[in-house]
Design a protein around this ligand. Structure first.
Ligand SMILES: Nc1ncnc2c1ncn2[C@@H]1O[C@H](COP(=O)(O)OP(=O)(O)OP(=O)(O)O)[C@@H](O)[C@H]1O
Ligand SMILES: [Mg+2]
Length: 250
């Protein structure tokens, strides 16, 4: 069964895009899974990271939604087994009236989803229409949480909202898990945040913890995943282990 994973957290800079891009790259290249990376953020970080310049394509995910086009019209091949549904700033223009014209509130049809093993949706840091589309279309939600002060409240809020989202418009949406990011073992706050998440959400917290690593900060500028940019780094090992956990949790 095809898996559609929304990577979301209303908090900015939580590691959503870093997680989406590296999970997508690992699944596609190393596990040979046919993977679709969907950029639902007007900031277009996922698109830029994939080496695609906003402005270099005429059909984006915004047009798919507002003009009821088949998803394949916007897809760009981004690597072996890897496809990108690009975004640009126009996505921020999405309004409720655009949505009313749509035949369905899903970003992709069941057939479209089934033509990939994994669809990974990178969400913006807000609970606006792009995120709602992603959550309506997903089979699971992965929440990256930066292990820092003030990171937790939004996560707890999102998980509380999940019940309502499920009731209102997507019964099959399940919590795939919470992934701790930017962990710094030297700080008490990192340890406290992980401990609190584990106490609150138990085995819904992925065992793999992504540590703070400057190489993860550098690789988007090189348009490379961590596996290409620094394959022997701890960060590559951690995203590799995280991907294994995601595969096992399906
Ligand atoms: N484990 C890490 N170690 C060091 N830097 C990281 C790590 N993960 C992400 N970063 C950097 O932190 C910043 C925020 O990460 P990222 O863009 O993945 O977050 P985001 O949740 O997608 O942000 P936004 O809410 O703006 O979409 C980026 O500059 C990224 O390169
Ligand atoms: Mg992002």
């Amino acid at each position: 069964m095809a898996r559609v994973i929304a990577i979301s957290n209303q908090k900015g800079g939580a590691g959503k895009t870093t997680t989406a891009v590296n999970l997508g790259a690992r699944l596609a290249k190393f596990h040979k899974k046919r993977t679709l990376l969907m950029d639902m953020d007007p900031q277009a970080h996922c698109t830029l990271w994939s080496g695609i310049n906003p402005g270099s394509f005429s059909v984006s995910i915004y047009h798919i939604i507002t003009q009821n086009l088949p998803l394949k019209q916007c897809l760009i091949e981004a690597g072996e087994n890897l496809f990108l549904a690009p975004a640009d700033a126009r996505l921020s223009r999405l309004r409720a009236q655009d949505v009313r014209l749509m035949k369905s509130p899903f970003l992709l049809t069941r057939e479209e989803a089934d033509s990939y093993d994994f669809t990974i949706i990178d969400c913006p840091p807000a609970m606006g229409l792009p995120t709602l589309f992603a959550l309506a279309s997903a089979s699971e939600l992965i929440i990256p949480v930066q292990t820092q002060f003030l990171a937790l409240e939004r996560t707890i809020e999102l998980i509380k909202n999940l019940r309502v989202l499920r009731q209102k418009f997507n019964r099959r949406l399940r919590l795939g898990g919470i992934v701790c990011t930017m962990y710094d073992p030297r700080t008490n706050i990192s340890r406290e945040v992980v401990g609190r998440l584990q106490r609150l959400f138990g085995d819904k917290v992925f065992k793999t913890i992504i540590h703070r690593d400057v190489r993860l900060e550098e690789c988007p500028a090189h348009r490379k995943s961590i596996f290409e940019y620094s394959p022997n780094s701890n960060a590559a090992k951690q995203y590799e282990e995280f991907t294994e956990e995601v595969l096992k949790s399906g």
